[in-house]
Design a protein around this ligand. Structure first.
Ligand SMILES: Nc1ncnc2c1ncn2[C@@H]1O[C@H](COP(=O)(O)OP(=O)(O)O)[C@@H](O)[C@H]1O
Ligand SMILES: [Mg+2]
Length: 511
């Protein structure tokens, strides 16, 4: 049997990391293959090797049974390979057509014939149902459309094999469904598709087969129709993962966070947060959904005191902290799990126990008469390490050595131990392994059951839906909708319509 794509024994080493460890991969023509694995499993590296961006240290590439050596992506493109990278590589100031023909220009007497290019691109777009205006400037297009431009660029070069690296990360559910329709059609016409993702529902939805990578090795290849999310995640993590979290009824109490008519404007005078009002009460999780870049980060920065506000008020447990410094907010009852753990959340050069006691220096029994007590620090840290299952060799271990999931557990352990009335959790499971996600979700629910209020900001709709008691959707700096996860009509699709600005509530209740 000859395969459209065959990788044999691919090895790739980076300083200190074996990114690909003797990987074999066989993909048939017209197949949609999911390449699955956690952060750092080696997916992108493997595909960059196939695309000629990296040279393998060992192993070989065969296309339709013929051995290939790619010195650069140009070699790979010539044989019919195309790749859409995780971060798009388009020129924002150029038009759609210019971007598509870049590198393979249609020229007339040495000049780019732009009118001809526009019509060729239009033809191609019509043929594949990839709606896009050839003359539009790429910088003015939403990400979903930019992705279509990347796909058109591959088709323009007559790519037979399309590699997409985590293509849905920036899409709304509707845009994702649209992409899947296009990919299925392309496969039906005989193209081979390799689709990188770490989302199990996408694997189940789009792929014919799934190859799972773990720690640079293939841990299994499965027929999608004969497998389950549980089996795939077991191969991803290397152990059983339960998807069951216990969410029980809580008593909703007093407001712990009250935001009224909040305004945040940037240096250039653009309104990033517009007239936002919301309340978080004891015993509830309020989720904020939205496509990244719609004001969520700025809202969180305003609430945590990392950014000044330009209007409105913020109350924590009834105390006005609108203009209070970060320390005061913490003392009033705020604790915060930041998105950017490396910079905001942790001192990576310090030890795990130093990180765990950060923010507790003034408290008994860690500190007595402003002297730090070593035995208390040890006991306090060890307690959190045990409870949260943080994997380290010793509590003085440098935090920088920890994996993503363990780093997040350190931040989570420290912040939850404050027992503050209000927790702001920003992307709490981003970059975390599947096994740790389950644990973190359960900890957040326990915190809620203990009568605390949580404001959850997440780009993962499944996380928002699973944890929230109420969901608010942000679009272009505004809260455009409030939804009850318990209602059957609250689906990822419906959230997607709000996230894309396609619908909005008539009058969103102010409080
Ligand atoms: N250019 C590089 N230089 C050094 N290390 C790298 C480079 N690219 C990837 N790595 C490392 O190789 C491993 C696999 O990374 P990657 O292929 O990006 O994984 P994935 O795409 O599955 O998240 C990781 O440990 C990563 O840090
Ligand atoms: Mg990757």
């Amino acid at each position: 049997m000859t395969y459209a794509i065959e990788l044999r024994g691919i090895v790739k080493r980076f300083p200190g990391v074996l990114a690909n460890d003797h990987i074999d991969l066989q993909v048939e023509k017209s197949e949609i293959r999911a390449l699955v694995g956690e952060n750092g499993a080696g997916k992108t590296t493997l595909m960059r090797i196939l695309y000629g961006l990296y040279q393998p240290d060992e192993g070989e590439i065969l296309l339709d049974g013929n051995k290939q050596v790619f010195h650069s992506p140009m070699d790979a493109i010539r044989t019919g390979l195309g790749m859409v990278h995780q971060h798009f590589m388009l020129f924002p100031s150029l038009s759609v057509s210019e971007n598509i023909i870049f590198g393979s220009e249609i020229t007339r007497a040495g000049f780019v014939d732009i009118e001809n290019a526009h019509s060729r691109v239009q033809q191609l777009a019509d043929q594949y149902g990839l709606r896009v205006d050839p003359k539009a400037r790429v910088g003015s297009l939403p990400v979903g459309v930019r992705q279509r431009v990347e796909i058109l660029k591959m088709l323009y070069r007559e790519a037979q094999t399309l590699i997409l690296d985590e293509p849905t990360a920036v899409l709304t559910p509707q845009e994702r469904d649209g992409l899947f329709v296009i990919l299925r059609e392309l496969a039906r016409q005989g193209r081979t598709i390799i689709f990188i993702t770490h989302k199990l529902n996408e694997v189940m939805d789009i792929s014919d087969n799934a190859t799972v990578l773990r720690g640079g090795k293939v841990s299994g290849t499965l027929k999608t129709a004969e497998t389950s999310p549980e089996e795939i995640s077991r191969l991803m993590v290397g152990r059983e993962v339960l998807f069951r979290i216990q969410k029980s009824e809580t008593v909703i109490g007093e407001p712990v966070l009250g935001v009224k008519n909040l305004e945040v404007t940037n240096e250039a005078g653009r309104r990033l947060v517009k007239d936002v009002s919301l309340t978080v009460r004891q015993g509830e999780i309020v989720g904020i959904a939205g496509v990244a870049g719609n004001g969520q980060s700025e809202l969180v920065e305003a609430l945590t005191g990392l950014r000044t506000t330009d209007g409105g008020t913020i109350h924590i447990q009834g105390t006005d902290i609108t203009h209070a410094p970060v320390d005061d907010r913490r003392r009033t009852g705020l604790t915060y799990i930041p998105e950017d753990r490396g910079h905001v959340g942790l001192a990576t050069e310090a030890s795990v126990s130093d990180n765990l006691i950060m923010g507790y220096h003034r408290d008994q029994p860690i500190s007595r008469n402003l002297l730090l007590s070593n035995p208390s620090i040890r006991a306090f840290s060890q307690d959190l390490i045990d409870r949260f299952g943080i994997k380290i060799s010793q509590i003085r271990e440098k935090t920088a050595n920890l994996s993503g999931g363990n780093l997040q557990k350190v931040v989570l352990a420290r912040e939850l131990a404050h027992n503050s009335a209000l927790l702001i959790a920003e992307q709490p499971t981003r970059g975390v392994d599947v096994g740790s996600i389950e644990f973190i979700h359960q900890e957040l629910l326990n915190y809620r059951e203990a009568g605390k209020g949580i404001l959850l900001i997440s780009a993962e709709l499944s996380e928002i839906l699973a944890l929230s008691d109420r969901i608010l959707v942000m679009y272009e700096g505004e809260i455009v909708g409030e939804l009850e996860p318990k209602e059957p009509e609250t689906t990822e699709e419906r959230l997607g319509l709000y996230m894309a600005g396609a619908i909005r509530d008539q009058a969103v209740p102010a409080v």
